[in-house]
Design a protein. Structure first.
Length: 210
């Protein structure tokens, strides 16, 4: 594996850690913060005493997700994943990254905070990563995790659609964080799997990487 590819995948593996870590650091500066009710975005709003903490974290999350796309595409292709599927996974990672960067640069109460179609790839990520795993050898544990993750995605979708009765005014923050778990974490888990299954560089690859 090229050094550049490894760095890219490490960035992807760290992406959800940065996302949730920024919230943990920003929460003490939000008066009467309630993890169940308050969404991540309010921590970066003008209601926070230190909104820059969350917004910087969102920007770093975005940068990590965009950086991960390079390594994901390269390693998935080296493992024999179809070009279209590898490109779809990479595109989903870019979409997650761009949406995070957009949110960071347009914090609440800016009406432009919602990234709209820019972040559509986040909704496709659980399915794209599962599809890519079908071509990966010795990845049965990864596949089982991704199948469970897709089922959780449908639970989140049902909650937002009102098919499962839940007061989102009281539990909107919890549902949003569950959504982030099912949409962001699969990218990170795939990055970790690819890092662990990396094959040693050939002498030619080491020469090219210098």
């Amino acid at each position: 594996m090229y050094t550049s590819t490894r760095i890219s995948l490490v960035a992807g593996a760290a992406m959800p850690v940065v996302y949730f870590g920024a919230q943990a650091l920003a929460a003490p500066f939000f008066p009467n913060f309630n993890v169940l009710a308050h969404t991540a975005s309010v921590l970066g709003s003008n209601l926070s005493l230190r909104p820059a903490i969350l917004n910087m974290g969102a920007a770093l999350t975005g940068a990590a997700a965009v950086a991960a796309s390079f390594g994901l595409f390269r390693e998935l292709r080296s493992h024999g994943v179809w070009l279209v599927v590898a490109a779809l996974v990479a595109t989903c990672s870019i979409s997650i990254g761009l949406a995070s960067l957009w949110a960071a640069s347009h914090p609440l109460p800016d009406p432009r905070h919602n990234s709209g179609l820019l972040g559509a790839g986040a909704f496709a990520a659980p399915f794209a990563v599962l599809l890519s795993s079908l071509a990966l050898q010795n990845s049965s544990r990864l596949r089982w995790y991704l199948i469970v993750n897709v089922l959780l995605f449908f639970v989140v979708a049902a909650l937002y659609a009102g098919l499962i009765s839940l007061d989102l005014r009281s539990y909107g923050g919890a549902v949003q964080r569950l959504a982030a778990l099912v949409m962001f974490v699969p990218i990170a888990v795939l990055c970790i799997w690819l890092l662990k299954s990396a094959r040693p560089n050939t002498s030619l690859e080491r020469t090219r990487d210098r």
